[in-house]
Design a protein around this ligand. Structure first.
Ligand SMILES: *Cc1c(COP(=O)(O)O)cnc(C)c1O
Length: 391
């Protein structure tokens, strides 16, 4: 095997590039996690999370876990066996969150979204309108479906719920949208947020969180699902997290301090604008490939294409895994794979977190070379199209 020099261009849609400043911040000695100094740094870092979630009232509860843990916590804390939930089903991640609810005995209804489309708020309203007995306890939606690179319309789904006066809790997974594009917990009436460390937040994997509205908190007091590790009631006092189930993921809070500082120095709106800029360039490039029979942007509606990653749908008869393999072994560019039913049909270009124009353009150039080496048809001029949007 040949030796690849230089840094790998890591273009996965999670985990993402970890800035050196975050890595340096986490390079620290262990301290007493009940000590005043640590507790005050931890609480300040979480205040930053709350500003970015745009919530005044939400209680943020952090866990030492992957995003799957925060999924499990969402269900374990708020539901009882037999409760009905409506899942806006639109890909691998929404399906897996639904499996979590099923495992806890919820009666899960999947509101299916046609492939390559965003969740339809009118379909949510129509389903809830038929729930005369108001049995549906929660509506669950993934804001950014990481498997398909699709943005789902969270505020419009909130409006759909309100339009029929349904009292269901509103759960939103923001794991791959948080700090990449807009999210407003309070304005959008979100009752429960699921977040994770290793995507737009630019931290390593290993910390996840929920943000909980008063309504979801109240639901957790009477919910009958079994819970121990995730039990909010043991962790929260006076609407603040005061303890963890075991040792907190201490170094993540040092990293979080740094990532909050970096995001706020750039300005959250500027971070969003940078993501939009890089996403627009990526889509222009992929559309040029598609014009010549090459890979195409997965969502059909340009307005639904994600600002944090682009899922590229291969032309029939060509395997995305071959493109990924060549990009990685020949050019040291790491791309995301297609998940579950999209394995081999899709490769994914992550453009979230700590990323800039030269990294993106370098990666796109190498993907185009990989398409050529793999014998995948594609239009030329992808790089020019991307550069034209950026210049
Ligand atoms: C990555 C991701 C998850 C799962 O997070 P893990 O840390 O891998 O458990 C859940 N939802 C979405 C939308 C994601 O992108």
């Amino acid at each position: 095997m040949s030796v690849l020099r230089g840094r790998q261009f890591f273009m996965h849609p999670g985990p993402t590039n970890i800035p050196d400043r975050v890595l340096r911040a986490m390079d620290a000695a262990a301290v007493d996690f009940t000590g005043k100094d640590f507790v005050s740094r931890r609480e300040k870092a979480v205040e930053g999370l709350k500003r970015m979630l745009k919530t005044k009232d939400g209680v943020v509860i952090c866990y030492a876990s992957s995003g799957h843990g925060a999924w499990e916590a969402s269900v374990a804390n708020t539901l009882s066996p037999g409760d009905k939930v409506l899942v806006c089903a639109a890909g691998y991640f929404s399906e897996n969150w639904a499996r979590m609810a099923t495992a806890f005995g919820a009666e899960v209804e999947m509101l299916e979204t046609p492939e390559r489309h965003a969740v339809d708020p009118a379909a949510v309203a129509a389903r809830l309108a038929k729930d005369d007995a108001r049995e549906i306890k929660a509506v669950m939606i993934v804001q950014n479906e990481t498997a398909t690179g699709t943005m789902h319309p969270v505020p419009a789904v909130r409006k759909a719920i309100d339009s029929v006066g349904h009292p269901a809790l509103f759960f939103v997974d923001t794991i791959s949208s948080f700090c990449s594009y807009d999210f407003r917990m309070d304005d959008w009436g979100v009752d429960l947020v699921v977040g994770g460390s290793q995507k737009g937040l630019m931290l390593p994997p290993g910390m996840a969180f929920n943000a909980v509205s008063e309504k979801a908190w109240n639901a957790s007091q009477s919910a009958r699902n079994p819970r121990r590790y995730w039990d909010w009631r043991n962790m929260v006092e006076n609407r603040r997290q005061v303890r963890f189930t075991g040792t907190p993921p201490m170094h993540f809070f040092y990293g979080l301090e740094a990532s909050v500082a970096m995001i706020e120095e750039e300005g959250l709106e500027n971070v969003f604008a940078r993501h939009r800029r890089l996403a627009t360039a990526t889509r222009a490039c992929v559309k040029a490939w598609a014009a010549g029979g090459g890979p195409d942007v997965f969502p059909l509606d340009p307005a639904a294409a994600s600002d944090s990653l682009t899922a590229c749908l291969m032309p029939k008869g060509h395997n995305a895994e071959e493109v990924r393999r060549i990009a990685e072994t020949d050019f040291n560019v790491a791309l995301g794979r297609g998940l579950a039913q999209l394995e081999g049909r899709v490769f994914r270009i992550g453009h979230m977190g700590d990323l800039n124009e030269p990294m993106l353009l370098g990666a796109l150039a190498c993907v185009e070379m990989a398409l050529k080496r793999a014998g995948v048809p594609h239009g030329s001029g992808g790089l020019d199209a991307a550069m034209a949007t950026l210049a």
